[in-house]
Ligand binder design. Structure first.
Ligand code: EPZ
Length: 430
């Protein structure tokens, strides 16, 4: 099991290049099976969630080529089965995107029930509601979700809850349904828009993505395309918060600044200096951070996937801050680990009350999920002394070359896979 060993202290300085958005890539790669023509997708991040999805797609006969590290060519013309048995696939949440894609294309799909990060109950009732409204029979049995339909017909669907996954799944299935579908109370996240743009580039007719109401006119078939995935809002935000917590001066390159506004607004509030360029954002934090209040909300609100990172930064800010988690009910599990590093945080229900401390202290800690893992690494970078982050697997699900990019900013971090390597790394870092 790999671990990070981190010697905290240095401020972060320099430039970091952001990769393609993991959550857009997962939706778009799944949607690419909906055409029988080859699809070339660029700017795909090299993260393990993407590899798991591609492996499962190969198992049902999808041909996959990877001409380079960030490009995937998908040929879904020879799908042999609409039933996916891959046990491993249930570890990633996005596995259920193959239900929307295969149901739309072949009117049948069966996929192991999604897993993903350990951040709370993750219902799928809105996906089921959407598929059923299109005329599919949906069943949950033997740990799988299955959906089939003789015919898919467009419908008017009002989501009871804003859900990224349900919006994406319904959009995919209805793209190849007969007639018109309207999704009301749709999610507006950048990756929902990216998927709609991708499907439209394959010949779909989707309007309104990025607003509350998405209108889809079903088409008979989709064709091949070449498409580049948008930059990762959360990866970018993570390096912005790392700069804030470490009193750094970091230029985060290759981003869409508009997607980061919910994060830059909070960073300004807590005393960071932000400069926006066409495709980059510079974050510097020369002064001590100050406290604020944050509530996570669907886009364009402050993202739940940035909640642990901002909590870590606010743990070092002067005064008392309050962070309220508005999306998932169990996303403060990492706080126990942060408290072991000297943070003063009390969690009550979905709210964390944070009293800033001047410094964290290094400890041996475990990452409970992907974003919390990245946040704990930020805490370690800002801490006094050595921190060991046990088990890097969660972090590698969503961050490409995390330790290399941080090293490029001057962080003292090494990934090690044995006690011997740990001793060597300690000598190197000292
Ligand atoms: C997506 O998850 C992301 N995952 C998550 O990113 C992200 O945290 C989340 O959206 C919110 O932005 C992917 O894109 C693969 P939701 P998703 O459906 O689609 C409830 C990361 O770190 N809900 O928008 O599963 C649900 O329980 C990950 O990259 C229902 O009640 O999120 C939650 O409280 C973690 N019924 C809320 O809605 C449903 O049918 C939002 O969930 C569906 C969801």
């Amino acid at each position: 099991m790999d671990r990070y060993v981190i010697l905290g202290g240095p401020t972060l300085q320099g430039e970091v290049q952001i990769g393609g958005a993991k959550n857009a890539a997962l939706a778009i790669l799944a949607a690419a099976v909906m055409t029988n023509d080859p699809v070339r997708i660029e700017n795909v991040p090299a993260v393990t969630d993407v590899n798991v999805l591609l492996k499962a797609m190969e198992q049902i006969g999808v041909k996959i080529e990877r001409p380079d590290r960030h490009t995937v060519v998908i040929d879904g013309s020879k799908i042999e089965s609409n039933i996916i048995n891959d046990e491993y696939l249930k570890r990633i949440r996005a596995s259920y995107y193959l239900v929307g894609a295969l149901l739309g294309k072949n009117r049948q799909a069966q996929v192991p029930l999604p897993g993903g990060c350990n951040i709370g109950v993750r219902a799928i009732d809105q996906h089921i509601k959407g598929f059923s409204a299109l005329g599919a029979k949906v069943r949950i049995q033997h740990g799988c979700i299955s959906a089939e339909a003789k015919e898919l017909r467009g419908n008017h669907i009002f989501l009871d809850k804003v859900s990224v996954g349900a919006t994406i799944n319904i959009m995919m299935a209805s793209t190849l349904a007969t007639g018109k579908t309207i999704i009301e109370n749709a999610a507006k996240e950048p990756h929902v828009v990216d998927l709609a743009n991708f499907l439209n580039s394959c010949g779909a007719n989707i309007k309104g993505a990025g607003t509350d109401v998405i209108r889809i006119k079903g088409v008979e078939r989709l064709h091949g395309t070449e498409y580049a995935i948008i930059p990762d809002q959360i990866e970018a935000g993570t390096y912005m918060l790392a700069s804030a917590a470490c009193h750094g001066d970091v230029l985060v390159r290759g981003v869409i600044p508009r997607h980061l506004e919910c994060i830059t607004a909070k960073l300004c509030e807590i005393g960071c200096h932000i400069t926006e360029y066409d495709d980059a954002v510079r974050v510097s934090a020369p002064e001590p951070l100050t406290s604020t209040q944050v509530k996570t909300l669907p886009y364009p609100g402050f993202p739940t996937d940035m909640q642990p990172q901002i909590t870590v930064a606010l743990g070092l800010a002067q005064g008392t801050s309050i962070v309220t988690e508005g999306i998932f009910e169990n996303r403060f599990k990492y706080v126990d680990e942060l408290v072991r590093m000297g943070a003063s945080i009390k969690v009550e229900g979905n709210m964390a009350v944070i009293t800033g401390v001047p410094r964290y202290s290094g400890a041996s800690i475990t990452a409970p999920d992907l974003r919390a893992g990245a946040a704990l690494v930020i805490a370690a970078l800002a801490a006094e002394g050595e921190t060991i982050v046990e088990d890097t697997r969660f972090i590698e699900r969503g961050y490409e070359d995390f330790e290399l990019k941080l090293k490029g900013l001057g962080a003292r971090i090494e990934k090690v896979s044995s006690d011997r390597e740990l001793q060597k790394a300690r000598l190197k870092l000292a």
